[in-house]
Design a protein around this ligand. Structure first.
Ligand SMILES: O=C(O)CCC(=O)C(=O)O
Length: 276
């Protein structure tokens, strides 16, 4: 039903699902995209996460990971298993993030969070995913997509969120958090898409099973990536241009004035070639 209002009021148009969900992220700070993966695909993602993490734990050492508070975080799995690039570039997530950040955005990080029953996780403290930033902006600089690979609920250690807190310059009081936090029940195969300035944390897993999630941070290209994906992956034959841009291949820092001009020369020549 069309709402009625009076006064000289403008109203946001939200004509399709992407616009409606973008509006939820803009105002409330988050939305949930459901039905991104079915049961069979989820079983495969679980195996891939467990195997990539086991390799990282073997390589770096369990005690060494514990010493740097980095147990049960599978960092940048796409560097070990290119299938994770598909997760990072899921078309429905790309459409929503593109609506919020504009056409050109890059992947800053991809980390799988393995929340085991009754074990404290470093991500269970309140934070923003642009950490240490205590200010607000009117237009988002960064958006997250946290894929639920297992069901997220208050019982399984689902994500706690403080709605609207991306609009608060500093962390609200404990009393405010207690009264206003939400732990959305999110079925496996969905993604929570949120403004990266929204305060959030992982919950305590009181269930019998592992709760896995894969977090992605997308930013406008002026921000530094957590991992230098182009340098880590090197030249990859047949990488689609949209994926190359997402991974940061077109946003690398030039070494010096020469490289900066060469890159601009190539870009302008490409644009002219395209227009001809
Ligand atoms: O695992 C979660 O529910 C939250 C993850 C998180 O806070 C993060 O990766 O920044």
């Amino acid at each position: 039903m069309k709402e009625r209002f009076y006064g000289r009021v403008e109203q946001t148009a939200a004509d399709d699902a992407v616009m409606r969900q973008a509006e939820e992220v803009a105002i409330r700070g988050f939305t949930v995209l459901e039905g991104l993966y079915d049961a069979e695909a989820l079983a495969a993602w679980r195996e891939r996460i467990d195997s990539a993490y086991a390799e990282q734990e073997r390589e770096f050492g369990r005690d060494a990971l514990a010493a740097i508070q980095d147990l049960d975080v599978c960092r940048a799995p796409l560097l070990r298993d290119p299938a994770f690039i598909d997760l990072a570039s899921h078309p429905r997530v790309m459409a929503l993030v593109g609506h919020l950040l504009g056409e050109w955005f890059i992947l800053n990080l991809q980390n799988a969070i393995i929340n085991r029953p009754d074990r404290a996780h470093h991500q269970s403290s309140w934070h923003r995913d642009l950490p240490y930033q205590n200010w607000v902006v009117s237009t988002p600089l960064a958006i997250n997509a946290l894929f639920a690979i297992d069901d997220f609920s208050p019982d399984t250690g689902g994500t706690h969120l403080v709605p609207y807190s991306h609009r608060a310059a500093i962390l609200p009081s404990d009393a405010y958090i207690d009264a206003n936090r939400l732990v959305p029940t999110v079925p496996a195969g969905s993604a929570i898409v949120f403004d990266s300035m929204l305060f959030h944390r992982g919950g305590t897993n009181r269930s019998a099973g592992i709760r896995r999630g894969v977090n992605h941070l997308y930013t406008i290209p002026i921000m530094k990536q957590q991992y230098d994906f182009p340098r880590a992956l090197g030249a990859v034959a047949d990488m689609p241009p949209a994926v190359a841009r997402l991974l940061g291949y077109t946003s690398q820092v030039p070494l010096d004035d020469r490289q900066w001009r060469q890159a601009r020369q190539a870009r302008l020549a490409g644009a002219q070639g395209g227009a001809a």
